[in-house]
Write a protein that binds this ligand. Structure first.
Ligand SMILES: [Zn+2]
Length: 241
């Protein structure tokens, strides 16, 4: 029987695994992903240790080829990041919703977006296609441009994008190309949505290996402005509903 090190035991407890049976159920790759989310500095040695533990083999028996295979297996997995807590999701989606309301007031299709880095909003935008006569001026693109400018980098690897409505094909492409880590959307967009409604762009691991999507969060709350807009109704403040 392989002995579990104190270090590994503590890391497993941090992700809620207290015995081998629980580890076996979740699998060594998933367990490693969860630990890596919480402790980004852990190395692949921990992946090897988990594998050895589950397969009851000694760490010193692992060959270089086996280690490489384990890394390849791990990298095949879809991205999994620690979920932001629901309070933070609501906080940032509400910021996006306030921007969507500005768009509504300006007779634009009411969608708003914010980009968050280290718990700070570094980019924001709302749809301004009519004002700018520019089909590129979607909320997400505006927010991406501002975040890139803020960071001085076109890669936004450590950023999350919160948007009121499911992104379209163009914005999903920009999200992938800018390497945004996670996209959280409030409501589905049945006609143009590219995350789950018309396409499932973020599920295609061949072109996307880094962006996780979360949504819809609350169809009624975040979809209300769009419905009001297309029905020509005066908007009710969705933040009050
Ligand atoms: Zn778009």
């Amino acid at each position: 029987m392989i002995r579990i090190t104190n270090y590994l035991e503590k890391k497993l407890q941090e992700i809620g695994i207290y015995n081998l049976k629980e580890l076996d159920e979740i699998g060594f790759i998933q367990a490693f992903s969860l630990i890596k989310n919480k402790f980004p500095s852990v190395t692949f040695n921990l992946l090897y240790e988990l594998f050895c533990l589950l397969n009851n083999i000694s760490f010193s028996d692992l060959t270089k080829e086996m280690k490489q295979k384990l890394i390849i297996e791990y990298k095949k997995q879809p991205p999994q990041y620690a979920m932001p807590d629901s309070i933070l999701i609501e906080k940032y989606l509400n910021c996006a919703l306030e921007l969507a309301m500005i768009a509504y007031e300006e007779q634009e299709i009411p969608i708003g977006a914010v980009i968050v880095y280290n718990n700070q909003i570094i980019g924001q935008g709302y749809n301004q296609t009519r004002q700018y006569n520019d089909i590129l001026a979607h909320a997400e693109i505006q927010a991406i441009r501002k975040a890139q400018e803020y960071l001085g980098n076109f890669r936004l690897n450590q950023c999350d994008l919160f948007v009121t409505v499911e992104p379209c094909v163009m914005c999903s492409g920009a999200i992938i190309n800018s390497r945004i880590k996670r996209v959280v959307f409030g409501a589905n967009e049945p006609k143009t949505g590219a995350c789950i409604s018309q396409y499932k762009i973020f599920e295609n691991k061949a072109v996307n290996s880094h962006c996780q999507q979360i949504g819809p969060i609350n169809q009624h709350k975040y979809g209300q402005l769009m419905q009001d807009f297309f029905r020509g109704k005066k908007s009710t403040n969705p933040l009050n509903t």
